[in-house]
Structures are given as C-alpha cells and as structure tokens.
Ligand binder design. Structure first.
Ligand SMILES: [Zn+2]
Length: 169
C-alpha cells in the first residue's frame, strides 16, 4: 500500500529529526552570545578593541564554553603513568599535542604548573594546560597555534585562579 509506506517514511523522517534535535540539545554549548560571561568583562573589552568581528566571535565562544569544563592541578609524575591510552582515538579528528610533547617543548625547568582539563563531570582528562614560569601557557588542543585564539581550557584555569583570588580577599 503506497500511501501507508509514504506515511511510514514521513514518520521515520520526523523521528530522525526529533532525535537529532534531542541530541543537539544534550550537548552543552553556548553559542552566539553577544557578550562573554561577566567574569571576563575586562578580557572582553580588550578583545573588542583588538580583534576583528569574526575572530572576536570565535574568542567569545571559547570564553563562554569554558564554563562546561573542570580543571585540576596535576602532578607531573602522575601524568607519565596515566597518559598512554587517551590519544589514539582523538588524533585523527584534530591535531593535538600529547603532554609529553608539551613538556618537551616547554622544557621541564620552565614549567610552573600543569592543569588537567575534564569535560563536565566525566573525570577523564581531555587536555592539558601547561603554565610556564614566564607567564606564557601552552594547551594540548593547540588552538592558539592553529587559529590564534585563546582556548576554553585556559580560560577554565584562569577562572579557578580568579575564584581563589576572590576567596583570599
Ligand atoms: Zn586548549
């Protein structure tokens, strides 16, 4: 019965669309916000002064997305033991540096702190942010090198720093 088949097909398509919508809603993200979060208003002002609109938008997205991540200080010794398994699967999609490469590039003596970045409550470290003694930083996502903008992972680390600073006042 062709009409019946047609109806089934339409329902199927509708179902797929709904599932896609639900899937999209389940991914935490903030897009197209005009301004960044109030915690970074000073940074935002600077960005506004110096960045072209398209880059400014990308940078603001990164700042806003940082709120979905968690960062914790990690010990350099723990890293070498736990790091081996996580990189294989991710490498193909977008180039990333391993923590070993970051340490090698930075030079052990120049490293101030290493932060592990987790997505939401997954507790599996996805990225590493290495803070250097000269106040520079490098993140394993390499966004600063690839696109010239500061990544969400670094902003998450800065957010923790600012919370500590507020607590001490
Ligand atoms: Zn990053």
């Amino acid at each position: 019965m062709p009409a019946m088949l047609e109806i089934h097909k339409l329902l199927d398509e509708q179902d797929k669309k709904n599932r896609y919508q639900q899937w999209k809603l389940a991914i935490p993200s903030i897009k197209n916000l005009e301004k960044t979060n109030f915690l970074f208003t000073e940074v935002d002002k600077c960005c506004e002064r110096f960045l072209a609109p398209a880059i400014l938008k990308l940078q603001r997205d990164e700042i806003n997305q940082s709120f979905y991540y968690a960062a914790r200080l990690v010990d350099q010794q723990d890293i070498t033991a736990t790091n081996d398994d996580s990189y294989e699967e991710d490498c193909a999609e977008s180039p990333q540096a391993t923590i070993d490469q970051l340490i090698e590039v930075s030079g052990c003596d120049n490293i101030k702190e290493i932060w592990g970045i987790e997505v939401g409550n997954s507790s599996k470290i996805k990225h590493y942010v290495v803070l250097l003694k000269n106040n520079a930083h490098i993140c394993s996502c390499l966004l600063a090198i690839r696109k010239g903008i500061i990544c969400r992972h670094y902003f998450q680390v800065m957010r923790i720093y600012s919370m500590h600073a507020c607590a001490e006042i």
